[in-house]
Design a protein. Structure first.
Length: 316
């Protein structure tokens, strides 16, 4: 019997306008649109083989959560097939226990692309395949298509997909990324925000902000992008803090970095903070200022990574 084995790489993304909460957990349908940009410094490398079975392994260890998510992806591509029919290996680079970096997005994108190659074979339409990647993680659909992308939140599977609308040529965004660890599960945060009295206002605000963010990117307006991402970050985290359990995801390190970014901006450095559902911090800047931002954060004692605008998930 012929053995088939394929490899893929996908990049993490920074959500510039983030989604919180899901109105359909099986299809992973968000309540509103979201916009993100892929990185170049953080990625997932993965492989799939039909010579062995067992499902998804991360860093060599079987992962039940990833296996359950992957089951939906496999079944959507080939009904009757199971994730455990294959050996699927995944690893994140750089490795670590950081939270809020977007590794679930890059893993979902890479694994979806591999499953499509194994089960379907033909070159995929990434916009159409983004619907499948969404079954692993809604953010994976954006990571799959790469660049600056928008996830459209429809009312059903067909209407909820991601599409790239710009790349590094439209805006040469630079990011300085500081990974920080946390024990908070993203799934718990998604459920927590639904109990906030401000959730409905957040849905309206974020939907409007997506249009403003897309306009800023297409207009190559870093200041507008930065201000919008900062506002979205604070709004997002305010929802978790006002849920019934008062979940606080930011850490002392997160706040320390945010304060340093504000100090840098006051001194004339173009720098804007951004966070996802985790304590890790992205600093949005440009090629003229990324060095100053990197040095300032390293001087505080943090390991930081420089990044440009990353591309789509690809087979290797």
């Amino acid at each position: 019997m012929r053995v088939a084995e394929y490899r893929a790489v996908a990049y993490t993304m920074q959500a510039l306008v983030k989604y919180h909460g899901l109105k359909d957990w099986n299809l992973r349908l968000p309540y509103h649109d979201s916009i993100s940009v892929n990185t170049t410094s953080m990625k997932t490398e993965a492989s799939i083989s039909d010579s062995r079975k067992g499902g998804v392994f991360i860093e060599g260890r079987a992962n039940e959560s990833a296996n359950a998510r992957m089951q939906g992806v496999i079944a959507s591509l080939s009904p009757g097939k199971k994730a455990t029919d294959f050996r699927i290996d995944s690893r994140n680079l750089p490795s670590g226990k950081s939270k809020g970096i977007g590794y679930s997005s890059s893993a979902g994108a890479a694994l979806t692309l591999l499953a499509h190659r194994m089960l379907v074979g033909e070159k995929p339409d990434l916009v159409r395949l983004s619907r499948t990647a969404r079954l692993f993680a809604a953010s994976a659909s954006r990571s799959l298509v790469g660049g600056f992308s928008r996830l459209y939140a429809g009312d059903d599977d067909e209407g909820t997909y991601a599409e790239r609308f710009a790349d590094g040529k439209a805006m040469d965004l630079r990011m300085v990324i500081v990974p920080l660890s946390s024990r908070v599960r993203t799934e718990d945060a998604h459920r927590e925000v639904l109990t906030s009295p401000f959730f409905e206002a957040r849905v309206r605000s974020a939907q409007k902000r997506c249009d403003e963010m897309q306009k800023a990117i297409l207009g190559n307006d870093l200041d507008a992008l930065g201000r919008l991402a900062e506002k979205d970050t604070l709004e997002l985290h305010s929802l978790t803090m006002t849920g019934e359990n008062g979940l606080i995801i930011m850490t002392d390190d997160s706040l320390r970095i945010i304060q340093k970014v504000r100090e840098l901006r006051d001194s004339g450095v173009k720098a804007y903070f951004s966070m996802q559902t985790g304590p890790s911090v992205f600093v949005n800047t440009d090629d003229r200022n990324e060095g100053a931002v990197l040095r300032a954060l390293e001087k505080l004692g943090y390991r930081a990574y420089l990044s440009k605008v990353g591309g789509e998930a690809t087979l290797v």
